[in-house]
Design a protein around this ligand. Sequence first.
Ligand code: NDP
Ligand SMILES: CC[C@](O)(C(C)=O)C(=O)O
Ligand code: MG
Ligand code: MG
Length: 491
Amino acid sequence: MANYFNTLSLREQLEQLGQCEFMDRSEFSNGVEALKGKKIVIIGCGAQGLNQGLNMRDSGLDVSYTLRGAAIEEKRQSFLNATENNFAVGTYEEMIPTADLLINLTPDKQHTAVVTAVMPLMKKGATLSYSHGFNIVEEGMQIRKDITVIMVAPKSPGSEVREEFKRGFGVPTLIAVHPENDPEGKGWDYAKAYAVGTGGHTAGVLKSSFVAEVKSDLMGEQTILCGLLQTGSILCFDKMVAEGIDAGYASKLIQYGWETITEGLKYGGITNMMDRLSNPAKIEAFKVSEELKDIMRPLFQKHMDDIISGEFSSTMMADWANDDVNLLTWRAATGETNFEKTPAGDFEISEQEYYDNGTLMVAMVKAGVELAFEAMVDSGIVEESAYYESLHETPLIANTIARKKLFEMNRVISDTAEYGCYLFDHACKPLIAEYVKNAPINLIGKPFSTGSNGVDNAELIAVNKAIREHEVEYIGEELRESMTAMKKIVS
Ligand SMILES: NC(=O)C1=CN([C@@H]2O[C@H](COP(=O)(O)OP(=O)(O)OC[C@H]3O[C@@H](n4cnc5c(N)ncnc54)[C@H](OP(=O)(O)O)[C@@H]3O)[C@@H](O)[C@H]2O)C=CC1
Ligand SMILES: CC[C@](O)(C(C)=O)C(=O)O
Ligand SMILES: [Mg+2]
Ligand SMILES: [Mg+2]
């Protein structure tokens, strides 16, 4: 199998990378109709499998699960996830021949083996769905020609796919139909109905391509969504402790701080997050973010370049073939960091204090969102997609850190995201460690401005203008207009 993207001509690559159309809510007026009465079978009941299935069942669809034999015999967690939620579960042989829509929600590393095993059992004319297109795009998986191949990719961890749905909202979702596999022309109707079933249409759906989803998803998860939150957590914690701040306080400020400050981001973009700071802190955070952007820009660009060229996927697949040695080593090292090992202390921290004492964290988020957005757009990824993959999803990942720190984030995200997160973190930490170490103490753990809140008018006006005029702010304002059902998480 060859990397599918690399087999395309440059013209085709650019065409597929740029495929992205924001779908008006009226396009979902038929709701889940196209899948009503169809038999939906999900393979795997993990982070996405369980939560997508719960949403789809609540939306009136007929959902059941198939698991590999050993998972059923040994009553593994995936079996318990499905049965404790009263879903029917069966072996591949029992369930797959009955499926009209078979949804592959196993880890990406397993896709070639899983799809090879299930394909012969699929009935003629059935549909196969993915929530991430790595197997098709980076591994060049070939699917039987009578089978329709679609993708419904929530831009969110599985846990938040469910939590947002229960709040009456959803998560932005990319849908696609594989151009090589749409023999009956039903792919888009199925993908649309599926996105309604998971609640994605309430947040925004992009009609995209497998290629655009894969290249943007890998970039978001490696850099701003997971990689930089990990680097920032470790370095900000060590900095505070080195400056004599109570370790329990530092641990709590970071564990819950990302969630709190990025809630401001989700509601009103970088502008709103920065507006939550005092004027002097905002001016300082702006300067720091510009300096961090200059230091980190080459790293963000390298990740984007390696993702586009296929260098990243071949490196990760080499690790898969090497028993995940890098992944497991990095995972163990993360567990040994001081941040991870220090429990959050018993401190009351108000919502505003997370901003006031987290100027450096705000600057890191601003720098990371803007750099990821810029690198994606420079590579031909459409702004809407780059926005979902950088700004909108950051708070959804931050929610997982609030639950159980980096362990929880890396447990909940996919195997590709976990690998990419560590890869970025290991390159980013040495790059910005000195900068963070030498930063003034009042950038983190203490309020930036303790005395006067006075600032120079001209400087404040220039900073506000620069913040508001970044492209991510324009597209964000437009996309957030249709997010009328968005609900508050941090109160
Ligand atoms: N994690 C996330 O939040 C996101 C994931 N995605 C995509 O969704 C897909 C699923 O990822 P995710 O939910 O993280 O996966 P998980 O690792 O959470 O789930 C794995 C499930 O697959 C089963 N499984 C594992 N190995 C095999 C195998 N060899 N054969 C059959 N079943 C297997 C496991 O069951 P058992 O081991 O018990 O057999 C378990 O039920 C991926 O394509 C991912 O990129 C997309 C967006 C976000
Ligand atoms: C951010 C990681 C992700 O892409 C996701 C939750 O969207 C994943 O692969 O887990
Ligand atoms: Mg993703
Ligand atoms: Mg991903």
